[in-house]
Design a protein around this ligand. Structure first.
Ligand SMILES: [Ca+2]
Ligand SMILES: [Ca+2]
Length: 185
């Protein structure tokens, strides 16, 4: 085998090892990087080939350099345009490199991968008013803070340490009550 051919083969193998090493090393520089792996920067999840929008962003920052690249600025960008910043997708919204526990990790380079937003079920509670002799008993369920006002238009003030059932006197001046931010009276 001609010596020149051997040198070329060695150079190709060296370049390949270098590329793979560089990728895995960059994954470790991303918050929750191992959760997404190569797919955050590469279209193919196994790495190599065309890069994602996020991969292009990273490349534009570091190129071939091995310097750290995760930053507040990169976290604030929405590289794939799915409405969630790179930081939100990787569980580090402020880009300080500290991941928020319990966050959903999605791919910042794939617009089809984004955190699932769950809207909490609206809870309603009813304020029940009972008369017991000279006592007025206020009963409500599902939590919420009892608030009091001299007018149904407010301003509303919290009734300190009030819990259901709450007792007041019918001889008290006319007052209006509500629970939380709801309506009542
Ligand atoms: Ca995004
Ligand atoms: Ca995404």
């Amino acid at each position: 085998m001609p010596p020149a051919f051997v040198v070329i083969v060695c150079a190709l193998v060296g370049a390949s090892i270098e590329t793979i090493w560089a990728r895995s090393f960059r994954i470790d520089m991303l918050p929750n990087g191992n959760a997404i792996g190569c797919a955050s920067c590469h279209v193919k999840s196994s790495g190599g080939g065309p890069m994602t929008s996020f991969g292009n962003e990273v490349w534009s920052i570091v190129g071939r350099s091995r310097a750290p690249f995760w930053s507040e600025a990169l976290a604030a960008m929405d590289s794939d345009g799915d409405g969630f910043s790179n930081g939100q997708e990787l569980g580090d919204p402020d880009g300080d490199g500290i991941v928020e526990t319990g966050s959903q990790v999605t791919n910042p380079g794939d617009a089809g991968s984004f955190p699932e937003v769950t809207t909490p079920e609206p809870t309603t509670t009813s304020l029940l008013i009972q008369l017991d002799g000279n006592d007025v008993i206020l009963i409500w369920e599902k939590g919420g803070a009892l608030e009091i006002s001299e007018s149904p238009l407010g301003p509303w003030l919290p009734v300190k340490n009030a819990s259901s059932p709450y007792q007041t006197s019918i001889d008290s001046p006319t007052m209006f009550y509500r629970v939380g931010g709801g309506s009542g009276g």
